[in-house]
Ligand binder design. Structure first.
Ligand SMILES: Nc1ncnc2c1ncn2[C@@H]1O[C@H](COP(=O)(O)OP(=O)(O)O)[C@@H](O)[C@H]1O
Ligand SMILES: N[C@@H](CCC(=O)OP(=O)(O)O)C(=O)O
Length: 371
């Protein structure tokens, strides 16, 4: 089966702090991606850099901070970015080069199952035709509350959607360090991570340059999403020709994030990462074990409290007593019904409320997000 690789390139790798595209870097990355393409991989690129590429041309002295200014800069820069990629991929090889296709997505597109299915069908057709889809956030229409803002999360969602063999997040650092190396030059590189613990999240700091946005933190959070979706991740740097292939072949300059999870079906990806929870359910230790380790359904007996006004069929997020999110599920009860039966045995529940099924969340309608 043809293997699919998703590569994400951040603003800091493509543009300068003064603004504008670094065409040499684009040409370099296009060649690296082309070598995967030529080796038979299906290649998708998630690229940032529209704002950084456009802000100078539109007349701002530095990367803008206001939403409408960022959107305007992105509208200018996205065209420049695509033009640069188009030229770079066209120059590759003899037969007119490799064709590229622009795809602009928002978080709202992912939460709409029809839209995300359409996006997937388009991507599959493009890959089938040996095009390289080039994806960015649709900055002009993305609203502030629902923005990815950095593209790390977007790349993880794309990786899950296409069930990638690996997600490669490229940046200006050769991996995750025990601290931000810009702040502590003695920080040590971590070669492999098989679990994103709170400690790992703590050592990952913010952006190191004025053009980057999410920093290492958003990359680690993205890695967690991809790993949960069964997609292993590499976070690192590609500097010399051949480095990207080495990264794919498990020998790159960076940190590898391994996963034992199977690919999540599209429906569960939606539930876990794109649905809008309408409320919260707080459960005790026994229910946490049953849901997270036992693969069981959530019964009223394990519920401590609730928050929000939800109805049967809504998505709710489940937390443990330490306020840690465990996952999301489709609830079979209304909020008032859960309130009435929280902590009660199954017989007692049957006596008090009339519900279609005894499970508050059935295991088939549940996704664990914390291992
Ligand atoms: N623990 C860490 N290990 C490595 N880099 C870190 C860490 N914490 C913070 N960083 C910073 O994250 C930056 C990369 O993120 P960012 O600037 O957003 O890049 P990009 O534009 O490639 O997404 C690095 O330049 C580095 O300064
Ligand atoms: N969609 C925006 C992405 C913003 C951004 O800087 O992202 P990143 O470099 O991944 O932290 C752009 O193209 O400018």
């Amino acid at each position: 089966m043809t293997e699919t690789i998703v590569v994400k390139i951040g603003s800091s790798s493509l543009t300068s702090e003064e603004g504008g595209i670094n065409k040499e870097r684009i040409a370099f990355f296009a060649n690296e991606l082309a070598s995967l393409h030529d080796a038979g991989y299906q290649v998708l690129l998630v690229t940032s850099g529209a704002i950084a590429a456009g802000f100078k041309k539109i007349g701002y002295a530095s990367r803008p901070k206001l939403v409408h200014e960022k959107q305007a800069a992105a509208a200018v820069g996205q065209a420049l970015l695509m033009q640069a990629y188009q030229e770079a991929f066209a120059a590759h090889g003899t037969n007119g080069g490799i064709g590229v296709a622009q795809i602009l997505l928002t978080r709202a597109d992912f939460s709409n199952r029809k839209r995300v299915n359409n996006a997937l069908m388009t991507i599959e057709e493009l890959l089938h035709r040996r095009m390289v889809p080039i994806i960015n956030e649709n900055d002009t229409v993305a609203t502030d509350e629902l923005k990815f803002s950095e593209n790390d999360t977007l790349s993880a969602l794309v990786g899950n959607l296409v069930k990638a063999k690996r997600l490669i997040i490229l940046t200006d650092m050769d991996g995750l360090y025990t601290e931000d190396p810009r702040k502590n030059p003695n920080a040590m590189k971590i070669d492999r991570v098989d679990h994103i613990t709170d400690d790992i999240l703590r050592i990952a700091g913010g952006a190191g340059s004025s053009v980057g946005t999410g920093g290492m933190r958003s990359k680690i959070e993205a890695a967690r999403i991809a790993m949960r979706g069964g997609v292993p991740v590499f976070i690192g740097r590609v500097m010399e020709p051949g480095d990207l292939m080495l990264a794919v072949k498990d020998d790159g300059k960076g940190t590898y994030f391994d996963t034992n999870e199977h690919n999540l079906p599209t429906k569960k990806q939606w539930l876990g990462f794109h649905s809008m929870p309408q409320g919260r359910i707080i459960v005790d230790d026994g229910a946490e074990r049953a849901l997270v380790q036992g693969g069981k359904s959530l019964l009223p007996a394990g519920i401590q409290s609730i928050d929000g006004d939800f109805h049967p069929g809504d998505v709710v997020e489940v937390f443990n007593a330490h306020q840690q999110s465990l996952g999301r599920g489709v609830v079979n009860y209304a909020a008032w019904q859960v309130q009435a039966v929280a902590g009660l045995s199954t017989e007692e529940v049957r006596r008090r409320v009339e519900v279609s099924r005894i499970e508050v969340i059935h295991r088939d309608e549940w996704v664990t997000l914390r291992a």
